[in-house]
Design a protein around this ligand. Structure first.
Ligand SMILES: C=C(O[C@H]1C=CC=C(C(=O)O)[C@@H]1O)C(=O)O
Length: 418
C-alpha cells in the first residue's frame, strides 16, 4: 500500500534544473552527516541533499506501486537537462524492503539538490515543488565529525542459532521441499548521538571501490551485486552466488579462486541465481547474453562466483518495473522462490528490513542503477544499527562453513563501524 506521502498534485509539480559545474569537492563532504544520501562507485555517483519529495510504500505491491507513481511524477515534472546523462535531471533514490510483510517502509526520495559526477563530467540538479518559491541554498562542504567506534554483537540470531537453522534448512532440502535457501543472521549496536555517518560511507567507498556504496534513508552499505542497470534500452545485471575466503598469500589466494570455480556445490548455488535472473528478465528483454561460465570476482574480503548478464529491453519497462520483476533473486531468497521465501520467514527470527532488497536510483525516463542491498546495515533514527549477512544453503552446505562465510561478509560493515 502506498502511503499518501507528498504526492504531487496539479499545482505541485516538480521543477528540475540540471547544470554542468566545475566541482571537484568530494561528494561525501556535502551530504547530511546524520542522514547521508549517496550512490557511489569508483569515485563517480550521486549525492543528494534535502528532500523535495518522500514517497513511502509497503506490502506485496511496494515496487509495482512505486513504478506507477514514479511514471506519473516524471510525466508531470518540468525538467531542464542539457546534459542528458545517466543521473542528470530528475532522480529519486530508493530502498525497498526484502519481504512483502516487512514492517520496514520502502521509499523513493527525491532530494532538493543532487550533485553528480560521471565520466569526468560534474553537475548540479536543483529540484523543487513549483509551489515552493525558492531553491534550497547551495550545499556547503563540512568536515567530518569526531571519530567513534562501535562494536556490533549478535542480534536476534546467535551464531549457534544460525548454525542450527542452516542444519534445519539442509534437512528440508534433502527432504525435497526446495533446492536452495539463503539464510542470514544479524548483528546490532548503538551509535553515539550525532555520529557522523559519512565516516562509515567513506570507509566503505575507499575499501570497496568496485562495489556500489550506498546510503539511502539510513541504509548504508557496499554491495558487489548489481540487481539491474537500465540505460537507453540496454539492461545489465551482475549475478553473484558462491563464496570463498581470500588466501593468505598469492598462491593460496589463487588456489581459493580455482577451488571456488571448480566447486560443484558453489556452481549449483550459482546457477539457481543466474536462472532466476534470466527467467525474470526474459519477458522484458531480447538478445540476453551471459558469460559462458561464471568468473571469479575478487573483493578485498572474499571471492565470489559471478555472471554478468546483458540484454536489450523489448518493452517500456522502467528500472522500477524490472526490480519488481527480479526481486527476490535466488542469490538472496533461494529456489523455488515461494518455498524459499516461506522458509526464510519460518527460520530467520528477525525482519530483514531492507537487507537483500533493491537499493539504487531511478531517473525521469525510468533508467536507473539498482544493487541488491548486501554488506549493509540499517541505522535507525535512535542510533540502533542492525547489520545483516547470509549465504546460500544447498544440500551439501555445512553449518560451520556457512557461519564462517557470514563472518567474511560482515567484514566491510564491522570494519567500517569499528
Ligand atoms: C546473501 C548474501 O550474499 C549473496 C550474494 C553473493 C554470494 C552469496 C553466497 O555465496 O551465498 C549470497 O548468495 C550476503 O552477502 O548477505
Amino acid at each position: 500500500m502506498t502511503s499518501p506521502g507528498t504526492l504531487p498534485t496539479a499545482t505541485e509539480r516538480l521543477v528540475v534544473e540540471t547544470q554542468q559545474v566545475d566541482d571537484t569537492r568530494s561528494l561525501l563532504t556535502l551530504v547530511d552527516p546524520q542522514r547521508p544520501l549517496l550512490w557511489l562507485r569508483k569515485g563517480c555517483g550521486l549525492a543528494g541533499i534535502g528532500e523535495a519529495l518522500r514517497l513511502e510504500f509497503s506490502g506485496p505491491d511496494r515496487m509495482r506501486e512505486a513504478a506507477v507513481v514514479w511514471r506519473d511524477i516524471a510525466a508531470a515534472a518540468t525538467v531542464e537537462d542539457p546534459l542528458r546523462m545517466p543521473g542528470t535531471g530528475l532522480v529519486a533514490f530508493g530502498t525497498f524492503a526484502f519481504d512483502d510483510s516487512s514492517a520496514q517502509t520502502s521509499v523513493l526520495l527525491v532530494p532538493q539538490i543532487i550533485l553528480g559526477r560521471r565520466d569526468g563530467t560534474s553537475w548540479i540538479t536543483r529540484i523543487r515543488l513549483d509551489a515552493t518559491a525558492s531553491d534550497a541554498p547551495d550545499p556547503l562542504a563540512t568536515a567530518f565529525g569526531p571519530t567513534y567506534r562501535l562494536t556490533l554483537t549478535p542480534g536476534a540470531e546467535s551464531p549457534a542459532g544460525f548454525q542450527a537453522h542452516v542444519a534445519d534448512a539442509v534437512d528440508r532440502i534433502l527432504a525435497g521441499d526446495l533446492s536452495k535457501v539463503v539464510l542470514s543472521r544479524d548483528l546490532i549496536g548503538h551509535l553515539p548521538a550525532d555520529a557522523d555517518l559519512r565516516r562509515i560511507v567513506s570507509d566503505l567507498a575507499v575499501g570497496y571501490p568496485d562495489c556500489w556504496t550506498f546510503a539511502v534513508d539510513g541504509l548504508l552499505g557496499s554491495s558487489p551485486e548489481t540487481l539491474v542497470s537500465v540505460q537507453d534500452g540496454s539492461v545489465t545485471a551482475r549475478v553473484l552466488a558462491g563464496t570463498a575466503s581470500r588466501g593468505a598469500d598469492a598462491a593460496s589466494d589463487q588456489d581459493a579462486a580455482v577451488n571456488l570455480a571448480t566447486s560443484a556445490k558453489d556452481q549449483d548455488e550459482h546457477q539457481f541465481a543466474v536462472q532466476s535472473v534470466l527467467a525474470s528478465l526474459r519477458p522484458h528483454t531480447s538478445h540476453v547474453l551471459t558469460s559462458e561460465i561464471p568468473f571469479t570476482l575478487k573483493l578485498p574480503n572474499l571471492w565470489h562466483l559471478a555472471t554478468d548478464v546483458e540484454g536489450t529491453l523489448t518493452d517500456n519497462a522502467t528500472s522500477l518495473d524490472l526490480i519488481d520483476a527480479l526481486h527476490p533473486t535466488a542469490a538472496v531468497a533461494g529456489s523455488p522462490t515461494p518455498a524459499a521465501v516461506a522458509l526464510i520467514a519460518e527460520l530467520e527470527p528477525f525482519d530483514r528490513g531492507r537487507y537483500a532488497g533493491p537499493v539504487g536510483w531511478v531517473g525521469a525516463d525510468g533508467d536507473g542503477e539498482w544493487a541488491i542491498a548486501l554488506r549493509c546495515a540499517q541505522v535507525d533514527q535512535d542510533g540502533t544499527v542492525t547489520a545483516y549477512a547470509g549465504g546460500g544453503i544447498v544440500a551439501e552446505s555445512v553449518p560451520e562453513k556457512e557461519l564462517a562465510e557470514t563472518r567474511m561478509k560482515f567484514r566491510p560493515i564491522v570494519d567500517a563501524f569499528g
